[in-house]
Structure formats: C-alpha cells, structure tokens
Design a protein around this ligand. Sequence first.
Ligand code: FAD
Ligand code: DHB
Length: 392
Amino acid sequence: MRIQTRTQVAIIGAGPSGLLLGQLLHKHGIDNVILERQTGEYVLGRVRAGVIEQVTIDLLDEAGVGARMHADGLVHEGVQICVDGVRHRISFKEMTGKAVMVYGQTEITKDLMDGRAAVGAPTIYAAYDVALHDISSEKPRVTFRADGKEQELLCDFIAGCDGFHGISRKTVAPTAITAHERVYPLGWLGVLSDTPPVSDELIYVRHPLGFALCSMRSPTRSRYYIQCSLAEDIESWPDERFWEELKPRLDQEARDRLVTGPSIEKSIAPLRSFVAEPMRFGRLFLAGDAAHIVPPTGAKGLNLAASDVRYLSQAFIEHYAEKSDAGLDHYSDRALARVWKAERFSWWMTMLMHRISDNSFDHKIQLAELDYLFRSKAAMTVFAENYVGLPY
Ligand code: FAD
Ligand code: DHB
C-alpha cells in the first residue's frame, strides 16, 4: 500500500535552491515538501561555492536566515588578479559602489536547514527512486520510497531543484527540451585547510603552469584551487603535491605568506557550461543546477540558483495570493535572460584565466585582454558589474 500525502509545491532536492525556495514559500503561507535523495549530513559535507552577490544576500535575509551570514561572512570590496607573477586589483566599490560576501555554501545550507527545522516545514531525506508523474496535467504527482515505504505526494506544482544529475530534467521528453553545452578539457582541484589565507581578498591567478585561485572561508580557513586535467585521480594528489603545484603560480608576496597545512577536504570539479531551455514544462519548473551549469570561475553557480528562486517564489506567491499566473508564464524567459549573461561572463573568465591550449596565439590573446582589463576603466567596470551580479 502506498502512503498518500498532499502539498501545494513539491520540491525535489535540498541543495541551496530547494531549501531557499521552501523557506520563501513557507514565509508566504505556501505549503511545501522537500524530497532529497541524500542524508542531511551528506548534503552538508559537500564543499562548493564561496562568493555571494548582494542580491543573494538580500534573498537570504528575506528568507529570515541571514543573521549568521552577516556575523561571520567577509565583505569583499575588490578582487585581485595575478598575471604571470604580477598582481593587480579591481575595486568593486569604486567601479560599481557594490561588494560581494565570502560565505561558504556549506554555511548557507546549514542556515537554511536550521531555518526550515525551526518552522517545522517537512524535508524527507534519503528519499529514493523519486519519480515525477503527470507534469502536463493539473494534478502532478511524485512517487518515492522513504523509511522502507512506498509513498506518493500529490501537489499543484513541482519545483525541480535537484541539480545537474537530478531526475526532474530527465523526466521531460527530449523533444521538448533544447540543451546548449560546452565542456572544457579541465577541472578544478580544490583544497580546504585550516591555515590563514594568503591575502585579505581573493586572488585569481593566470600562469603558464595553469590557473589557480586563492580563496577563503574565514581569517583562519583557506580554500585553494588549481587547474587540473580531467583524468586526475584524487588519490594521486597528496597535500604536499598540491602545495608544490600551487606555489610557483603565485606572486612573490603570496608565496612568502602562504601557510601550508593538512587538507580537511579535497575534491575535483569538472568545468562545464550548460543551459536547458525552457525552464518550465507544464507544472514542472526547473531551478538552479537542474537547468544550467556554469564553470566556477566567475563564482556564479550558487548566485544563479538564488536568482531563479527569486523569480520562481514570486511567481508562486502571485499564483496563490493574487490568482495571477503571469509570473509562472514568464518564469522561464525571465530566468534565462539572467542565466545567459552569467553563462557569458563565466565562459569569458574561464577562457581568460586557464591554460586551455598550447597555442601561443591563444596565450598572447589572453595577455592582451588582461592588459586591456587593467588599463581601461570601462573594461574594469564591465568586469566588476558582472562579478558583483547584474541587476534583476
Ligand atoms: P545542488 O546543490 O546540486 O542541489 C541539488 C540537490 O538535489 C542535491 O542535494 C542532490 O542530492 C539532490 N538530488 C539529486 N538528484 C535527486 C533525486 N533524484 N531525488 C531527490 N534529490 C535529488 N559554484 C560556485 O559559484 N563556486 C564553486 O566553487 C563551485 N564549486 C562547485 C563544485 C562542485 C563539485 C559542484 C557540483 C558545483 C559547484 N559550484 C560552485 C556550483 C554551485 O555549488 C551550484 O551552482 C549550487 O550548488 C546549485 O544549487 P542547487 O540547489 O541548484 O543544486
Ligand atoms: C570560490 C569558488 C569559486 O568558484 C570562485 O570563483 C571564488 C571562490 C570559493 O570556493 O571560495
């Protein structure tokens, strides 16, 4: 016997997009249930994004979960870019009047989970074999197995917030969806360590040996990345090898300040650009990585997930409170307009900063573009506007 329950919005996935959507809907009295394949501990163990835009900060505040972020997050008014051992700075404040916040995705996820637990909204972790049904009808359903029992969730709408490898996008008929994709022949090898960061600001590094990024989570916790081949096996990267590969890519000052130590997390992420269009299929709405992926270079993945959720939550609120479907009808177009601009910036910054080919022409073009970036106020403004996040 299948256990049957009912909600207004069934949310698939308890990553940042699913949890944020759930919290915003709950605030507006819209009933929702989140179904997550993994356990809560597993979701919290994933180390991912670190930089959030002002619009994402505002949304977390609106969801009522911003207190710890404001207490512990680090406000960054600029970023450093190191080209072949020489460091330059771009001031966000000067170019745009704005700033970004460095606050880890793990912490955001924890704040959202705590917020959800505090209001007693249901999340079903370890929900297996999630399947979406009747998305083109007025009565969509989700079936799954949890606690060893077959269950069925009846709903008005389904929000597919289940990431790139999730089930929601795969439920749609291939003829109804257009995918645009670019795969880069490299990945990022990331290390988290309890060592002080080399700089107060992030340093993005372009170097003949390959890209590197010096980031942080707090004044005592650093996050570093280096470009690696996709064929790399994480087992063949003991900590010493990571530090040895990172060091020569840095400028002298950063090298002198670098404190190495044991890694507390180490992982490889492939670089990919991907957009699925449209983002709505009947009563199924995709949000976040379920609909699009950016290479991490522009720090846009999490921020795009948040901007989708902003459009989608407003559309659901309009539907229930004002009996208007205008927001739902425009959701896909609105979200995609912002998505494509972030895709462009992430692709551009990836091509600018990584060693992608051995062609000397490509290298010279990178250097010319970087030189132009540091000399032109117009170019720096374009960079800063995109990095801090384009307006909605
Ligand atoms: P996710 O965080 O992927 O959450 C989706 C959730 O759905 C997961 O919890 C998953 O377990 C669940 N799920 C999947 N399938 C099912 C199913 N069938 N049933 C139920 N639940 C399911 N962005 C940056 O800006 N900077 C970075 O450094 C960065 N690093 C990254 C590293 C990696 C390895 C990855 C994968 C992404 C990284 N990103 C980074 C991107 C950023 O983390 C994502 O854009 C962000 O997590 C998107 O949030 P989301 O909620 O849409 O998807
Ligand atoms: C971090 C990740 C990014 O992709 C990025 O562009 C900047 C910072 C980070 O994990 O800190």
